[in-house]
Design a protein around this ligand. Structure first.
Ligand code: G3P
Ligand code: MG
Length: 250
């Protein structure tokens, strides 16, 4: 089985995370999937950034929720990473969906509702995806499982994964209860023997965030359905080497 490689926050290892430059890089290398994080501005616009605050990844300070989109757009979201990416801005979900119009991989939209439970963000995300009708499959995820349940109520067909830090007992029962198709597991849980049981129970397993080459090889050997990595190009090379070795063994 081929493990899908998701470009975490675009291509976080070599581009400023969650920017247009990062998503272009993920498209350039044709990663199997792209993961991004979504928050809501003061004027209810969907923006792509990881943290609740803009301090770490822009030259501004404060909470996303306290700025209008127009105000947020004044901050630089690339220069903190390198001068080469000066003038990158915090993108909107709409801008990314337009950029990815012809992308053929899977877009994983993570609802960042675990610290700030933005009211009605699930409806807004579903509306944006409907409006821009991407050709690629869309996969939702969140650490806030109530948020996922709300998403499911709005869009019963939505494909979503449950993000977990913890190692749950019989996690497939929990996943089925919410209606998820997959579990997005923190590395230690993904590397455990229960991964194959979860898959036998009919759920996909994706692991995050996998940047170490040996971890990648172990997860390819386990046959997980996907990995989220900051280094998708490196992961694709390692997967090729891994496949060649498997062929030689036969
Ligand atoms: O989806 C995997 C990963 O994105 C979850 O953690 O904090 O990078 O959003 P985080
Ligand atoms: Mg994320």
């Amino acid at each position: 089985m081929k493990t899908a490689i998701f470009a975490h926050r675009g291509s976080k290892g070599n581009r400023p995370e969650n920017t247009i430059a990062a998503f272009k890089e993920a498209m350039r290398i044709n990663s199997d999937g792209i993961e991004l994080d979504v928050h809501l501005t003061k004027d209810q616009e969907l923006v792509i950034i990881h943290d609740e605050k803009i301090d770490r990844t822009t030259n501004g300070k404060g909470y996303v929720k306290d700025y209008t989109l127009q105000q947020l757009k004044q901050f630089d979201a690339g220069v903190w990473f390198s001068d080469e990416y000066k003038s990158e801005r915090i993108p909107t979900l709409k801008e990314v969906l337009i950029l990815l119009k012809d992308y053929e991989g899977t877009l994983n939209i993570e609802l960042k509702t675990d610290r700030i439970d933005y009211p009605f963000i699930e409806q807004k995300v579903i509306d944006a995806v409907h409006e821009w009708r991407p050709n690629h499959p869309t996969l939702y995820s969140s650490f806030n499982h109530e948020s996922l349940a709300r998403l499911k109520a709005i869009e019963p067909e939505a494909d979503f994964g449950i993000l977990l830090f913890e190692k749950l007992y019989d996690p497939w029962l929990y996943a089925r209860h919410i209606g998820a198709s997959s579990l997005h597991l923190y590395k230690p849980a993904a590397l455990s023997p229960s991964t194959s049981i979860i898959q036998d129970e009919g759920l996909a397993v994706r692991a995050w965030t996998i940047n170490d080459a040996d971890d990648m090889r172990r997860l390819f050997a386990l046959g997980v359905d996907g990995i989220m990595t900051d280094y998708p190009e490196k992961a694709m090379e390692i997967r090729e080497e891994f496949k060649e070795l498997e062929v030689q063994k036969k």
